[in-house]
Design a protein around this ligand. Sequence first.
Ligand SMILES: [Zn+2]
Ligand SMILES: [Zn+2]
Length: 342
Amino acid sequence: MKAVRMVETNKPLELQEVPVPNIGEKDVLVRVRAAGICHSDAHYRAGRSAMGMMPITLGHEVAGSVEKIGSQVTSIKAGDRVCLHYNITCGDCYYCSTGNEQFCETVRMLGHHVDGGYAEYIVVPARNAIQLPEEIPFEQGATLMCASATALHALNKGRVKAGETVAIFGVGGLGLSAIQLVRAMGAAEVYAVDIQQDKLELASEYNAIPIDAGRVDPVEEIRALTKGKGVNVAVEMIGLRKTMEQAIDSLGNLGRAVMVGLNQQPISINTYLQVLGKEAEIIGSNDHLLRELPLLVDMARRKILDTSRVVSQTIPLDADKINGRLDALENFTSDVRVVVVP
Ligand SMILES: [Zn+2]
Ligand SMILES: [Zn+2]
């Protein structure tokens, strides 16, 4: 089969001819129908994250149809449409058995530690395959498995409840999913903070109240809009020191700030005024859980989560085209979501 693989760091990915992978008794072989190209893939290619092996087929946002099942697989049959949870875990360690399998001691990620979806076929344990209803095209199913799933996990970590107010900092792929999911969770009001007009307009189309941080101080604006109270939950999805501090600053009493954007810089907090006095919480959110995915897929099926505008381009399984897209992500030239359709 054909696979587009990373052979060396900091070099273009290469199209290779490799054997169709063998499956174990609890695995499924999936014919890849869609594999999303993600910003992480650009980081991997540039050598900013240690890979589990080399050469390796990249691609962790995968959907397809089941080609073959292992002898012990009963939950899925050949021909089923599926999308794949990208973390392969043991199921037995302390973290797996307490429902926090993103910390599994032997976690391996598709397209990072083991071969991913820029290929004609991929093998995964059967439990990693989630049924994908007919209503959701493969391309949209694939992209659900990364940004939208991470957004849902962040909101779960923030314990968003009906009637609460929520501020989302950053209206990219994560933020747009979060805005819609927060609505589905019954939030009374959602504030969307960004500096780009097109993103703010998109946020208001999904019934969020846009706040242009290029024109106003978002913390003051949120205080004004909540009659001085501040929000119940603020979710930071950008990864900048300034917006992290603003997210914490926008909280009301008993508020929860969820940190999703990656940032290595320390931030400054007045623990008395911003945390202790308000009994506020600062919560880290990392990745997502297998058990969150069936609900996410169902929300997309019921159109509570609109996935129709996520994918803007599809490309074939072609090394040059994939490399070109990774170059664009590396240079931040666009937010366009591109999916490989082998
Ligand atoms: Zn991704
Ligand atoms: Zn485990």
